[in-house]
Ligand binder design. Structure first.
Ligand SMILES: Nc1ncnc2c1ncn2[C@@H]1O[C@H](COP(=O)(O)OP(=O)(O)OP(=O)(O)O)[C@@H](O)[C@H]1O
Ligand SMILES: [Mg+2]
Length: 250
């Protein structure tokens, strides 16, 4: 079942065409990977899905993104609500200069949750779900800035989970991490898809092949090919995809 349907989505920044007529169905409780060379529009596409491009005054969108049966670009849509339901994890972990506990509790507090017992239950659950609990349970009140990069990224994932999103967008979440931390995040993604729909942008084709169910190949703002990950990597339909995955161009 599709959780998100992207219909004829085009994006321009000023005069520049960034995405052109993208059509894509994102399956619920699956991991969808978006791959493609630098500058092809992967991050821009991801940002369209939780309306982060709205923050860029030059950007203009055509087409639709249907989520839970409604176009997220329709008038009267509550953008804050969209961003609550569709969380985002960035390339560089971005913990706040606060304690581990306060980082994770942040989303709950700004959403008006006051009950201390409830907050601490949800903080623990999110830290367990993000695989960080065992490593940090004895230093919840130390600063998050002391964590390793991989731990910080899992902390950011825990922080995103507290407000119960339906979809988690990840823009190259492992590109600043070593192989061991990358492995942990990949394991985590596979676990997360039981409860969430995950879209990941990655430069790392092995990663896309390892973790995703479905892969889309973007090139110069166009979706060249989209389908089952194994099929796309073993037997791509398009010559461009084949060239890209075999490393014939950047
Ligand atoms: N704020 C902006 N204003 C104008 N152009 C932008 C802006 N952000 C991105 N672009 C342009 O949009 C195009 C797509 O950029 P985007 O960041 O989506 O690519 P990407 O596929 O994520 O690349 P990378 O793999 O390097 O992260 C690029 O040509 C980029 O220069
Ligand atoms: Mg990018």
């Amino acid at each position: 079942m599709n959780n998100i349907i992207i219909k004829d989505l085009s994006l321009t920044y000023g005069e520049k065409q960034i995405l052109e007529k993208i059509n894509l169905g994102i399956e619920q409780n699956k991991i969808t990977a978006i791959i493609g060379p630098s500058g092809c529009g992967k991050s821009s596409l991801l940002r369209c899905v939780n309306r982060l491009n709205d923050l860029l005054p030059e950007s203009k969108i055509k087409g639709q993104i249907i989520f839970d049966g409604k176009d997220i670009y329709a008038p009267n849509v509550d953008v804050v609500e969209i961003r609550r339901k569709i969380g985002m994890i960035f390339q560089r972990p971005n913990p706040f200069p606060k304690s581990i506990y306060d980082n994770v509790a942040y989303g709950l507090r700004i959403n008006g949750v006051r009950d201390k017992g409830k907050i601490s239950d949800i903080v623990e659950k999110s830290l367990r779900d993000s695989g960080l609990w065992k490593e940090i349970k004895d230093r919840l009140h130390s600063t998050a800035m002391e964590l390793s990069g991989g731990q910080q990224q899992r902390l950011c994932i825990a922080r995103a989970l507290t407000i119960e999103p339906e979809v988690i967008l990840m823009d190259e979440p492992c590109s600043a991490l070593d192989p061991a931390s990358t492995f942990k995040i990949e394991e985590l993604m596979v676990k997360l898809k039981e409860q969430y729909t995950v879209i990941i942008v990655t430069h790392n084709m092995q990663q896309a092949a390892r973790v995703s169910d479905t892969t889309g190949f973007l090139y110069l703002g166009k979706l060249i090919e989209y389908g089952n990950t194994k099929e796309l990597f073993i037997k791509p339909k398009e010559k461009l995809t084949e060239n890209y995955i075999s490393g014939n161009f950047g």
